[in-house]
Ligand binder design. Structure first.
Ligand SMILES: CSCCC(=O)C(=O)COP(=O)(O)O
Ligand SMILES: [Mg+2]
Length: 249
C-alpha cells in the first residue's frame, strides 16, 4: 500500500540502517572496520576507564550468552587473554549482526577512529537532508532510534556525506532504552520526548520494529531502499510504505 494521504505528526523518529542510510554502508564498511580493528583497539585503549567498563559489561554478557551459544567464550581476566576472548566474541557477534548493547558501545568507540582518520563517511540517502530541513523548519523535532550506540549515531551524522547533520537532530535513542522489536521501547521514547505516541511518526525498514512501534500507538511507515530485505505484503498493507522521505511531507 502506498500512502496517498498527508501524514500528520508532531515528532519524527527515524531508524538509521535501511531507512536513511544504506544497509551496504553499515554491513560493508562499518562492520568490517570494527571486525578488523577490535583487537588493535583493545590493545591501544585497554587501560582507559571507558574500555574497562565495556569489558566488564561484555564479560557479564558472555556469561549469559555462552549458555545458549557454543561459539561464545568466557572472557578471562589477564590482559592478553581478555583481549583475545573479547575479540573472538565481538567478531562472532558482528558476523551474526547481534544488537547487543555493550558490543554496540565498543563498535562506536572503534568507529570514532575510522571517522577521525577519514576512512569512512556516514552515508545518508540524497533525499534525507533536504526533507529533514523542511521538517525542522516546521518546528517538528527529529529523533533517531538505532541499535547502534548513541555515540556511533552522532559520529555518523557529524561526519556524513552531507556534512554535519547533528544540528537538525533533536535527540538520539539506542538499545539502552530497550530493543527495537519491543513495544515498551516506543512507549518510553514517547514519555521521554513528551509527545503522545499517536503524534509520533516512526520510519523503519524492519517489519518487527514497525509492528512494535505500531502496537505502542505510533504511526509507522516501512521504508523501501535498494538492498533492503523484501517486505511481506501483509506488513506493507498494515503499515504502508515509502521510497523516499518526500512521501511524508
Ligand atoms: C549508528 S550506525 C551503526 C548502525 C548499527 O550498528 C546497526 O546495528 C544498525 O541498526 P539500525 O537499528 O539503525 O537498523
Ligand atoms: Mg534499520
Amino acid at each position: 500500500m502506498t500512502n496517498t494521504t498527508t501524514i500528520q505528526f508532531n515528532a519524527l523518529l527515524l531508524d538509521i540502517e535501511g531507512t536513511i542510510t544504506s544497509i551496504s554502508f553499515v554491513k560493508d564498511e562499518l562492520f568490517p572496520y570494527a571486525f578488523e580493528n577490535v583487537g588493535k583497539y583493545l590493545e591501544e585503549h585497554y587501560d582507559k576507564p571507558a574500555t574497562q567498563i565495556i569489558i566488564e559489561d561484555l564479560r557479564r554478557l558472555a556469561e549469559q550468552q555462552l549458555e545458549t551459544d557454543a561459539d561464545v567464550v568466557k572472557i578471562r581476566e589477564r590482559k592478553q587473554e581478555c583481549i583475545e576472548d573479547v575479540t573472538k566474541n565481538v567478531r562472532h557477534w558482528i558476523k551474526r549482526d547481534k544488537k547487543l548493547t555493550p558490543m554496540k558501545a565498543l563498535q562506536g568507540l572503534i568507529w570514532e577512529e575510522a571517522y577521525q582518520r577519514g576512512y569512512v563517511k556516514g552515508h545518508v540517502y540524497p533525499d534525507v537532508l533536504p526533507i529533514l530541513k523542511i521538517i525542522e523548519s516546521r518546528q517538528i523535532p527529529i529523533y533517531i532510534y538505532s541499535s547502534g550506540s548513541v555515540h556511533a549515531q552522532k559520529l555518523l551524522f557529524a561526519n556524513s556525506v552531507e556534512g554535519d547533520m547533528t544540528k537538525i537532530l533533536y535527540g538520539y535513542f539506542d538499545t539502552n532504552i530497550g530493543l527495537k522489536g519491543e513495544t515498551s521501547s516506543y512507549t518510553k521514547i514517547s514519555e521521554q520526548i513528551g509527545v503522545p505516541e499517536k503524534d509520533i511518526l516512526f520510519l523503519t525498514d524492519v517489519e518487527a520494529e514497525a509492528a512494535a512501534a505500531s502496537k505502542a500507538g505510533l504511526q509507522t511507515r516501512l521504508v523501501i531502499r535498494p538492498g533492503n530485505a523484501t517486505l511481506t505484503q501483509e506488513a506493507k498493507n498494515a503499515y504502508g510504505t515509502i521510497h523516499t522521505l518526500e512521501e511524508i511531507l
